[in-house]
Design a protein around this ligand. Sequence first.
Ligand SMILES: *Cc1c(COP(=O)(O)O)cnc(C)c1O
Length: 392
Amino acid sequence: MNSFDIETLAVRAGYDQTQEQENSEAIFPTSSFRYTSAAQAAARFSGEEKGNVYSRFTNPTVRAFENRLALMEGGEACVGTSSGMAAILSTFMALYESGDHVICSQSVFGTTKVLFNKYLVKFGLEVTFVSQTDTSEWKKAIQPNTKAFFLETPSNPLTEIADLSTISALAKANGCLLIVDNCFCTPILQRPLEQGADIIIHSATKFLDGQGRGIGGAVVGSNELVDEHVRGFMRTAGPSMSPFNAWIFLKGLETLPIRMAAHCQSALQLAEWLSLHPAVEQVFYPGLKSHPQYELACKQQSAGGGLVSFKVKGNQAEAWSVIDHTQMVSITANLGDVKTSITHPATTTHVRVEPDARLRAGITDNLIRLSVGLESIEDIKADLARGLDLLR
Ligand SMILES: *Cc1c(COP(=O)(O)O)cnc(C)c1O
């Protein structure tokens, strides 16, 4: 399978057909598995014989999803988890201990910050947050006990790009692992393992599913880090992916290449259109030449992605008015769906960030985030124009 292109891997990799000769992958909704004898049960439990034991850690549908995603990311191993947050938690519980220090981009997903600041610190993990784009801050933050760098690129909602080759070289030179949350790009647009990352985190909830149906996550990387350590934690602590969800994500992966291409094409057109609209102050999209890191984005990603953010001329009232004048797009904070979603970060996804810190991070009250879906681009524009045209 390794020699196939990613579009083929997305459709065919990772699944062993059963004796029923099904063409579409089967779901195995079973909690345990039967053995032919007591001796076989013993061999499975000791690990002497490979095979299914118990669906907390071995399920054929989950394994198919894991195998497929691992191949698509170019990693040796993958562990499916019950959510994207469970993927991050499992990685840190498995690989780190009290007294270890992590350097994390300050632009990561808000809940990831809460996980570090409120919970992982309880177990003695130290975390320093640094700029997504200023690599010198990463260098300055390194301590003798620094063991991991964590980031996601592009950032949400301002689409700032972290420089993967510079940051991964810094991590390597200092004996640290680079962990990248690849939720926004997916392996279709960006393969961080090829750019020096050691571990990939996914929220399968977003583009991998692509139709907003289920919560799940994944960790991808080497056999030693992921199959041995992260899977070891997962099988013990149990934040496991359900077979039903694994099946949804498995089928989601099949259309991921064409969906990402369509998301990116519409997002670029919408970003260009918004840039020209007189009621728009600024547009954030890595595929626009006006993006301050356009060159870096082109180097790391094959396209700009599905998220576009923009500031309207005005304040919160004007931003809310644009949102409230939509009739078709979904007012929801989810992203990566075939349905376009619109959200006001300052009062939703980033409301728990202190107002000062929020402003410093550029999340102003006139900022709107779009996750561009697969509806007609003209219908999406018309839906946004209704509110925007009133602001003139
Ligand atoms: C949504 C999201 C997560 C968390 O994933 P869940 O599946 O909701 O737990 C992590 N990272 C990023 C970048 C996300 O967008």
